[in-house]
Write a protein of this length. Structure first.
Length: 552
């Protein structure tokens, strides 16, 4: 009898070994086992739960023969049973529907479960999961059945671990290729939107998930701002701030967080929105740029998912590569914005300079032109491109401007503003120019540039000369009045004496001479009266190059 039972066990063991060796995906291994064991071991249902190393909880891996409601219960078994299992020992129980210490007894009763054999799944002496065999009739598992089931569970552990290992290796190869492709896409673009869209679209596809979001930290508010998403509804995305969620806090601290069941995990805040969106599991990883965490990337699955180490490493690698690409793109964006602002400022400055009526030019320390306005270009009869970079002193070779009097040279020597006026000979005549040079200092206090403003002061110069002439004329007029006043007194005395003398003379010849004297004295009187009422005079030619003034 024993021999027959051993043969049956051997056949079952061989069949399970054959089944598990035919597939290398650990999920397929688990699905194969739970579907095959009920028939092979004469039980009604089987489940495999895997240990989530991050939370210490056993999460559903595969099941057969049980309702979704029963499988989704929160409590797997009593605390006492779970402690025994965690220590590596099997537990066989009957009449489980009558246990009063079970947290979900009502679900157990409605499912009709009577007996359960719970077996630890071990690999290299470490527990990686549990295998549960369930019957809807009371069944007492014998020591031989328990021993056989333990051996079978160890085989399952090896199969799952081998499947995991193969899947991990396969994933690593695929992920490496994917990382290379994504990195190439990152390097080919400095467009921030393109970088973000690449991440949120490629990652869910590579991991077989529903969607992905990227939130970046805003330095001004220290809040996360949603900048890209894929596969998720607007209603879900606008649910509120996520900074206080424990999984996000973990990512912001630099550590990834994998959550198998979002509906029950304390690290999730918006459980209702997750349920409405159909999200079952998520992976949250930090987005880093060098050593700084600049955001959070979350990958969301619509099926229960225990993310493997290779999947987590892949997401972390892509997030880090994305972080560098995001920073580069943002830097490029800022540089582009800065250049646009500089160009706009240059256009604004150019418009202002071109509206300035005087000539304006800016020189560097080597006295080369770096900026000129339109007026200066017109005076020089040269375009801006022709003038920029040209030597300053070459501009004045045909002008009466001594190098030692150059205001720019004085500014370079003294560091102070310098003003110089000089004249030029043009077709229209002499023109006068006032040149004012001022220094522009750098942060070190040294002269970086010199600004020179050149004003045409010809009209001003002419006005000054006219004013000088008026001053001179006024002096002449005032002098003439003074002289006339001084002459009048002796003149009138001489005239009176001559007229008296004329009446006393008897000789006609003397009388005629005195009359001539009287006539001349009267003419002098007329002249002095003109001098006292004179307001100006004009010059007229006299003899040769001599000019005389005509009183007005």
């Amino acid at each position: 009898m024993t021999s027959i039972r051993e043969q049956e066990y051997l056949k079952v063991f061989q069949k399970i070994s054959k089944l598990t060796s035919m597939v290398l995906d650990h999920q397929q291994v688990m699905d194969t086992i739970v579907c095959s064991l009920p028939d092979l071991l004469a039980v009604d249902a089987a489940t495999i739960r895997l240990l989530d190393a991050e939370t210490g909880q056993f999460v559903m891996g595969a099941a057969h023969g049980l309702s979704a409601e029963y499988l989704s219960r929160y409590t797997i078994d009593t605390e006492e049973t779970m402690e025994i299992i965690r220590s590596g020992h099997p537990v066989a129980k009957t009449d489980v529907d009558r246990e009063t210490t079970h947290g979900d007894q009502q679900l157990v009763q409605s499912e009709g479960v009577k007996s359960i054999l719970t077996l630890p799944i071990l690999f290299q002496d470490s527990i990686i999961g549990i295998l549960r065999l369930l019957t809807r009739k009371n069944r007492t598992f014998t020591d031989d059945e328990i021993s056989f089931s333990m051996a079978l569970a160890e085989q399952v552990g090896i199969a799952i671990s081998n499947g995991r290992m193969f899947k991990e290796m396969e994933n690593q190869v695929d992920f490496m290729k994917e990382v290379q492709e994504i990195s190439t896409l990152f390097n080919s673009s400095l467009d921030l939107s393109a970088v973000l869209d690449t991440i949120v679209e490629r990652l869910p596809h590579s991991l077989g998930c529903k969607g992905c979001t990227i939130r970046l930290l805003k330095t001004q508010t220290n809040r996360l701002e949603l900048v890209a998403s894929h596969g998720l509804s607007e209603h879900y995305l606008l649910r509120g701030h996520v900074e206080n969620e424990k999984n996000v806090e973990a990512a912001l601290s630099g550590s990834p967080a994998s959550i198998y069941d979002v509906s029950r995990d304390a690290r999730i805040f918006y459980k209702k929105y997750m349920e409405e969106e159909g999200i079952e599991s998520l992976l949250s990883v930090p987005i880093k740029a060098e050593q700084d965490v600049i955001g959070v990337l979350r990958i969301l699955s619509d099926v229960p998912r225990c993310f493997t180490s290779s999947e987590i490493n892949f997401a972390v690698t892509v997030a880090e590569a994305g972080g560098a690409a995001i920073r580069n793109a943002k830097t490029y964006q800022q540089i582009t914005l800065l250049f646009n602002q500089i160009e706009e400022n240059e256009r604004f400055l150019t418009n202002i300079l071109d509206c300035i009526r005087p000539q304006l030019l800016v020189l560097d320390k080597e006295k080369h032109l770096v900026l000129v306005n339109k007026v200066f270009q017109e005076v020089m009869h040269r375009s801006e491109n022709e003038l920029l970079g040209s030597d300053y002193h070459e501009l004045w070779q045909d002008q009466e401007c001594d190098a030692k009097d150059c205001p720019v040279s004085r500014v370079m020597e003294t560091g102070n503003t310098s003003v110089y006026t000089h004249r030029t000979f043009q077709e229209g005549g002499i023109r006068w120019y006032e040149r004012t040079a001022s220094p522009m200092l750098g942060v070190d206090g040294e002269i970086e540039y010199v600004i020179e403003v050149i004003r045409d002061v010809t009209a001003k110069r002419q006005l000054e000369e006219e004013q000088l002439e008026r001053v001179k004329l006024q002096g002449v007029v005032e002098l003439a009045g003074t002289v006339a006043h001084e002459i009048n007194s002796p003149l009138f005395a001489a005239l009176g004496t001559a007229q008296l003398l004329e009446g006393d003379l008897e000789e006609q010849e003397l009388i005629d001479e005195v009359k001539t004297i009287v006539r001349n004295l009267k003419e002098i009187g007329v002249l002095t009266r003109k001098m006292t009422t004179m307001t100006g005079f004009k010059r007229r030619d006299y003899v040769g190059e001599t000019k005389i003034g005509e009183m007005r």
